[in-house]
Design a protein around this ligand. Structure first.
Ligand code: FES
Length: 136
């Protein structure tokens, strides 16, 4: 059910996912490195954060799935580029625009006017950091 706030957010393209602050992540040689402090913000299944700016060409969404796995995506809908939210109960990603294109956790388009799938990035643990390989 839509509230007025949700309708406003959809028109303005404001997602529900919070950003990580810049000292919780960095980009080094094609790798986005999320620090232990950053990972504390994504410690529960269903949690999600995004990173944008610095050396990133587009926002990156990091989620913790209901199974407890980290997964990362280009947070840009293939319709008009709006950012994505993770919907735990439906176990899918959804664009924050009015049209709400949705994608499964493998990045495949499910619904909406999106023109194609979204990009998923490989994720690896390295000590206490999480490495997101933002170059394919
Ligand atoms: S930006 Fe339009 S459906 Fe996602």
């Amino acid at each position: 059910m839509f509230s007025l706030i949700n309708i406003f957010k959809a028109f303005a393209g404001i997602c529900n996912t919070p950003p990580l602050v810049n000292d919780e992540w960095k980009v080094v040689e094609g790798k986005l490195i999320v620090s232990q402090d950053g990972l504390k913000k994504v410690d529960k299944p269903g949690a999600a954060v995004y990173m944008a700016g610095n050396q990133l060409q587009r926002p990156v969404l990091l989620i913790k799935t209901k199974e407890g796995n980290f997964r990362a995506y280009a947070s840009a809908c293939t319709h008009m580029g709006r950012k994505l939210d993770y919907l735990l109960e439906e176990n899918k990603l959804r664009c924050c625009s009015v049209n709400h294109s949705s994608f499964d956790l493998d990045g495949n388009k499910l619904t909406g006017p999106a023109k194609g799938n979204i990009t998923e990035f490989r994720v690896e643990r390295e000590g206490t950091d999480l490495i997101i390989k933002i170059t394919q």
